[in-house]
Design a protein around this ligand. Structure first.
Ligand code: GLC
Length: 747
């Protein structure tokens, strides 16, 4: 007994001796931020919430400042964007260290799908449905970006999009809130790592908050007209997933929602994000979006724009200069309490402390680490793997693919065969002085694959745009000499992205006419379609023997495509967005309501919700994608037919690889709430499993259905699960439902 008491006393004395006063050892980042805030003048506070573009490149309308250096020296700028590389960031950080309080700058950059090593555009990656691969892709991007002096990426873009006329559909994860939420979570985790301040991590930024993808007419920057119910049920979930993943920052969207610009939307930023969701990071405007509220017509001038945005919860002003030029006067006019500015400044300072920038402002400016990580041989290998997983096999008539490795002659034709930088897609990072020789073109990739074994013939055939068919003859000539034709067509990489909305999403120029001519040779043609968005290509889809949607796959594009063409990787991707039959069908998405006169087949389009001049079905549906093998779905079992709200239903199904190739299958679980106080969609993705099966192998796949998966926002915006019957559908796509059953939620 005595011994025990002695031990306890000994431990107490020992810890008292070594326990440092809180001030030195356990002060939190919040307390440190408060300490710095208390030293700051109002001008310095306003400077911290001001972000300018560096002069290397621009991603918005440029305002030239002759005295940016002076402003940084005076602590009047808190962050720079489009400033890349250890040399350039060190240059600016040294200037910031001349300021009175030596508050370090934050460097932000659009590292959307890779820094140097470029990954598939995000919409392509989302078709992998592979959360590990997607997280790893973001991890590598963060590793390279942080080695290049970047602290903060303006990614992931998590906007739900159901209108491929909108060019920014390429930046997101498609049309479905369930899949897009999983991907948002994975990408934030990938960018930010386990905890802020890790050397290989950057802060992530969930953007564009909110509902930017619902721009009317698919026209970028256009208004959004939306019920709160739809906002909550479809457009907010990926943002909430980002918050759950610990995302450090948010970015406003350019659009208004029902007449209120997001940058000045208090309901979004203070009630939902910082209130209900408890978000403690900071919100940055989009480029100039504070000042653009004048154009929106919600404020009269920059003075009112600054007042509206800071009040609504926008913590940092990217490039509009409204905060810099008006906040001091707004405080003087007692229109803006300093407390609002303090809150914004503290949110930003906390992040700078978390990143370790106060301890070492040059922590991310290590040229040796930059050289090492930007030339890390592991990175292209990882990029190649996620690229292969993003390729969607849309058609494979008579199992033309995979190609035999004994094939004698291949004619590789098209304007994108030898393209290099095109493979990077939109929102790649332009690094000063970096050449493109690390990017593997499709031609290089095929050459790497076949070596001297196969004769490769090349003809461009035509340009991406324009009516010139002079190159057709050469193309036909080499096609006649070949055993098979591979035709690589599509759009230019800058035809899809920001400010790239298109009213016609067909394949431009005479590329499909080139296919038509090539088919007259009687040779089989495999078509590769390169794009950042869903395109309309009915002739190609109906007449080519095989079609691969190769998107923009990044720096390992050529190798990834060759891996799939020759079966070294069996394609497993499935569409995360609906591909319309025609632009006239838009908006078209799988999780639609049934309506009072449901369109359920093309055979009867009388008096139902369909067009008289076109099928009710898209060209390719959400969740669609083929494999070189086939899968059988069998033995669907539910653990119970009646479920109480605190209960769960276990669903199991057996998947068998019935083909000759090992492969992966994305098994999709859809639910339908047959009767609700709000009409419920005909189906909603509620879970999925991506499984690997050897030829002939079977595996039981299990899902758990709980009350959360049955819930929705009712008219009062309450998240409820209502008693009644639910259909359970297990599918290989949203339209290819293989097995179905039903259960009842009883209370
Ligand atoms: C652009 C984009 C946004 C990007 C920002 C900085 O206008 O809308 O996504 O992060 O400006 O480049």
């Amino acid at each position: 007994m005595k011994k025990t008491i002695f031990n306890i006393l000994f431990i107490i004395v020992l810890s008292a001796l070594f326990l440092q006063p809180v001030s030195a050892q356990l002060k939190t980042n919040a307390q440190k931020a408060d300490s710095v805030l208390n030293l700051m003048t109002l001008d310095e506070k306003i400077g911290q919430i001001n972000q300018y573009n560096d002069d290397w490149t621009a991603t918005g309308p440029v305002t030239l400042d002759p005295d940016k250096v002076t402003q940084v020296q005076k602590g009047e700028i808190g962050s720079l964007l489009n400033c890349v590389g250890t040399e350039r960031t060190r240059h600016w950080q040294l200037i910031a260290m001349q300021s009175r309080l030596k508050i370090p700058l934050l460097f932000g950059q659009d590292v959307v799908h890779g820094y140097k090593t470029t990954f598939p555009v995000p919409l392509a990656e989302s078709c992998s449905w592979d959360m590990e691969a997607i997280e790893l892709s973001a991890r590598i991007a963060a590793t390279e970006a942080s080695a290049g002096g970047i602290h903060w990426t303006f990614a992931p873009m998590v906007d739900i999009a159901r209108d491929p006329r909108w060019g920014r559909v390429m930046e997101g994860a498609g049309e479905d809130p369930y899949l897009a939420s999983k991907i948002a979570y994975a990408r934030v985790k990938g960018f930010q790592g386990e905890k802020p301040g890790e050397i290989n991590s950057v802060m992530a930024c969930a953007k564009h908050f909110a509902a930017y993808g619902a721009a009317i007419g698919g026209r970028d920057y256009n208004s959004v007209d939306m019920s709160d119910r739809l906002l909550w049920e479809t457009y907010l979930p990926p943002f909430k997933a980002a918050v759950d993943a610990g995302v450090a920052t948010f970015m406003n969207s350019f659009n208004d929602i029902n007449g209120v610009p997001s940058t000045g939307n208090k309901y979004l930023q203070r009630d939902i994000l910082k209130g209900k969701w408890g978000f403690r990071g900071f919100v940055v405007s989009d480029w100039g979006s504070v000042g653009e509220m004048i154009n929106h017509g919600n404020v009269k001038n920059e003075y009112e724009a600054a007042l509206c945005a800071i009040t609504a919860g926008c913590d940092m002003d990217m490039e509009s200069r409204c905060y810099k030029n008006n906040l001091a006067q707004l405080v003087k006019d007692v229109k803006v309490p300093v407390a609002l500015i303090d809150d914004a400044v503290k949110r930003i300072l906390r992040k700078k402390f978390e990143l370790g920038l106060f301890d070492d402002p040059f922590k991310y400016c290590n040229p040796k680490r930059e050289q090492k990580e930007l030339n890390n041989p592991e990175h292209p290998i990882i990029a190649r793997d996620i690229a292969r997983k993003s390729i969607v096999l849309l058609k494979n008539q008579d199992q033309l693919l995979p190609l035999s490795k004994n094939i004698k002659t291949i004619a590789f034709i098209g304007p994108l065969v030898k393209a290099v930088k095109q493979n990077k897609g939109f929102w790649d990072v332009e690094l000063p002085g970096l050449d493109s020789n690390f990017i593997v073109s499709q031609w290089e990739g095929l050459k790497n694959k076949v070596g001297n074994r196969t004769r490769l013939l090349y003809a461009k055939g035509c340009e991406i745009e324009g009516e010139n068919k002079d190159g057709f003859a050469d193309a036909v000539d080499i096609a006649k000499q070949a055993d098979i034709v591979i035709l690589s067509i599509g759009e230019r990489r800058d035809m899809t992205g920001e400010a790239k909305s298109r009213s016609d999403i067909g394949i431009p120029g005479v590329q499909e006419e080139l296919l038509k001519v090539l088919l007259t040779t009687g040779k089989s043609v495999v078509v590769l379609i390169n794009a950042g968005r869903p395109l309309v290509f009915n002739y190609t889809a109906d007449h080519a023997q095989a079609v691969l949607y190769t998107w923009w796959l990044g720096s390992e594009a050529g190798n990834a495509i060759a891996d799939v063409l020759f079966g070294d990787y069996n394609p497993s991707a499935k569409l995360s967005i609906t591909f319309p039959l025609s632009v006239g069908q838009i908006p078209i998405y799988y999780s639609h309501f049934n309506t009072g006169r449901p369109a359920v087949s093309d055979s009867n389009r009388f008096y139902n919700s369909s067009y008289t001049d076109i099928s009710i079905w898209p060209k390719f549906e959400f969740g669609y994608g083929l494999s070189y093998t086939t899968f059988r779905y069998s033995n669907l079992q539910l653990s119970k037919r009646k479920m109480k709200s605190d209960d769960r239903v276990e669903v199991s199904v057996t998947i068998t690889n019935t083909g000759h190739y090992d492969g992966e299958e994305i098994v999709q679980l859809y639910l339908r709430d047959l009767v609700g106080s709000i009409a419920r969609p005909v189906e909603e993705l509620k879970d999925f499993r991506k499984i690997k099966l050897k030829a002939g192998e079977s595996q039981q796949v299990k899902f758990l259905i709980d009350k959360e998966k049955l819930s929705f926002y009712n008219q009062q915006l309450q998240w409820v699960a209502e008693p009644g019957e639910f259909d359970v559908m297990i599918g290989a796509s949203s339209r290819d439902i293989r097995l179905k059953d039903r259960f009842e939620l009883v209370e």
